[in-house]
Design a protein around this ligand. Structure first.
Ligand SMILES: [Zn+2]
Length: 88
């Protein structure tokens, strides 16, 4: 088994723990992704219209997205976000 090289915290040099930040906007909890720019708008959202929140959705091409890995320092809580190439 290959042990991944974990990044070190830039503040206290402690080895960071891998994890992810789930997208809690939907009923399915999935990792957030990095998406290449530009962002295209895909229309108004019902939630936005009802509650006066940001009323537009962004068009997301999941094929272009890269899952974000969130490394957290267990000592100071610093988080480093990385979007590694698939397979890495
Ligand atoms: Zn730290």
């Amino acid at each position: 088994m290959i042990t991944p090289i974990l990044p070190r915290c830039i503040d206290c040099q402690k080895e960071m723990e891998p994890g992810f930040i789930p997208d809690l906007q939907t009923t399915r909890h999935v990792p957030n992704i990095w998406h290449p720019a530009p962002c295209e708008k895909s229309g108004a959202s019902l939630t936005g219209l009802l509650f006066g929140l940001a009323s537009e959705h962004l068009r997301v091409d999941r094929e272009k997205g890269v899952a974000i890995v969130a490394f957290r320092c267990p000592d100071c809580g610093t988080i480093k976000l990385v979007a590694p190439a698939p397979g890495n």
